[in-house]
Write a protein that binds this ligand. Structure first.
Ligand code: PXP
Length: 246
């Protein structure tokens, strides 16, 4: 069965360049519009507690003015949940967050934080927001995610992206198994973190994928060929998806 795989572009690092100098450029809305023109299916931003890249006004502006579906990545902390409930993005992806990390490290421990997460998922869903949970490809976390009431899972592909040789094959087996389990549990299967132009081919071996969320590699490529072209190239890579069937 052939299925069109969707591309969500994470534009956090467009804001990273802006924040490095405290300028008003590069403009985040223009970045989102370039992504749309190049065929992206959505944009993602991570409103971190430390506001190191995306600012509150960015999220509001994208919500107001960008015609692409907006996926807001965020930690399950009261102040950010309040913002999400007011902004009402199309989707929220709950992620773990540590202040000193370079980027999101590891998936959420849904089993360990079940009750507080359940309450947040219920509030977000009641506001009409689709909820996704970013987790390691671990069947126990997937079962807990389905019990939470979330409709989507985003499988963390970071370990896969860093692995080589036999470890790489092991990570792919874990991801494949997790995608099958998630699908059987009725969850929409998304994936992201560390996906780039070189490793995307192996990601396309996974079954049941709906959306890939990709940021750093696209923004890095944009330095050389522009954001539209960088998104077009990733979009073209995704068209080879055959639903994970050989
Ligand atoms: N998905 C999630 C949940 C993330 O936290 C990130 C990083 O912000 C991404 C996808 C995108 O990862 P990358 O920038 O490595 O493509």
């Amino acid at each position: 069965m052939k299925k069109r795989l969707k591309l969500g572009v994470n534009i956090d690092h467009v804001a990273t360049i802006r924040q490095a100098r405290g300028t008003v450029y590069p403009d985040l809305l223009e970045a989102a519009q370039s992504c749309k023109a190049a065929g992206a299916d959505g944009v993602t931003v991570h409103l971190r507690e430390d506001r190191r890249h995306i600012q509150d006004e960015d999220v509001w502006r994208l919500r107001r003015e960008c015609r692409l579906p907006l996926n807001l990545e965020m930690a399950n902390v009261p102040a950010i949940v309040r913002i999400a409930l007011r902004v009402k993005p199309d989707e929220v992806c709950l992620v773990p967050e540590r202040r000193r990390e370079l980027t999101t490290e590891g998936g959420l421990d849904v089993l360990g934080q079940f009750r507080p997460m359940q309450a947040t998922v219920a509030r977000l869903r009641a506001a009409g927001i689709v909820v996704s949970i970013f987790i390691e490809p671990d069947p126990r976390q997937l079962e807990a995610t389905a019990k939470l009431g979330a409709s989507c899972v985003e499988l963390h592909t970071g370990a896969f992206a860093e692995a080589r040789g036999t470890r790489l094959e092991r990570e792919l087996r874990r991801l494949r198994h997790a995608a099958n389990v998630a699908h059987d549990l009725g969850l929409q299967v998304n994936a992201g973190h560390g996906i780039n132009y070189d490793n995307i081919g192996r990601i396309l071996e996974l079954p049941w994928l709906d959306t890939l969320n990709i940021g750093h590699s696209i923004v890095a490529r944009a330095i050389f060929c522009g954001l539209k072209q960088a998104v077009r190239e990733m979009h073209a890579a995704l068209t080879g998806y055959r639903g994970g069937t050989p």
